[in-house]
Design a protein around this ligand. Sequence first.
Ligand code: SF4
Length: 305
Amino acid sequence: MNHSSTGGENQLMTAQSIHPARWWQPENPPSIRCHLCPRLCLIKPGWTGFCGVRANLNGQLGSIAYGHPVSVGVDPIEKKPLARFLPGTRTFSFGTFGCNLGCSFCQNDSLSRGYYNVEELPRYLAPAEIVELALQHNCLSVAYTYNEPTVFAEYVIDTANAAAGKGLKNVLVSNGYITREAAADLYPLIDAANIDMKGFSEEFYHSLCGGSLAPVLDSIRYLYELGKHIEITNLVIPGQNDSEEMIKNWFDWVDAHLNKDVPLHFSAYHPAYKMHVERTPRETLYRIREYGEQRGFTSIFLGNI
Ligand code: SF4
């Protein structure tokens, strides 16, 4: 498989045993419009969408990542991070590859921007095998994490159903960049989520992530309305999303749409990928926590310090 290094649409040269994808329709056949995330890629035959995961195979959409976790591990649930969900337990974690955002400050670009030849994908792990491994490792939950799980949502849904059938909880660690159409199928299966809110302005999302903030806020509200356990992480990048105004506006939004007890994580940035600004000073995070606590927020956590 060949892929564009610029992160646009990627040409698919070969395809074997690719799982059928959901949330799409033909448009100017044999092209396809993918409805999984707000990017709404129009995908020509033989190509993948922006995420590098969803491929047009002769007019049918397929998920290359389905059944092929690239990264698998057993983590403390606090590492997701989830501070207030099944504390002290282990979660069986896996991710595949690809991402539907293009953040210049990505902290995990080897997975998110990594592309894999279909022939070289890791061995197939069926949803039931994932659940079996989780039980063998004494985990109480399965976490969809490491890369963006939205792009392998079909695999998440099948695994989540299998996990729930064995009494395991389902944990989603996501950027929340998903259409409501797909979220309506996925989010009801999730017990707890940590959503990344990357910076509280549309300008930030447009210029540094190649996306939009509004769908992320919609996803957070939707999870909250569904009564799911939700925690939110904000990676704080010096000079980019740490202004007093942005932080104040973020707390205002949480106060107005959620509540003051929702766990909010603020993490220090480490120079990575295409952005090489200084790492976040601890004082910045301490200042954010102090400000939030003064306003009555009860669950502020600092990470990477
Ligand atoms: S999930 Fe998003 S980025 Fe991937 S093909 Fe579909 S619309 Fe494009």
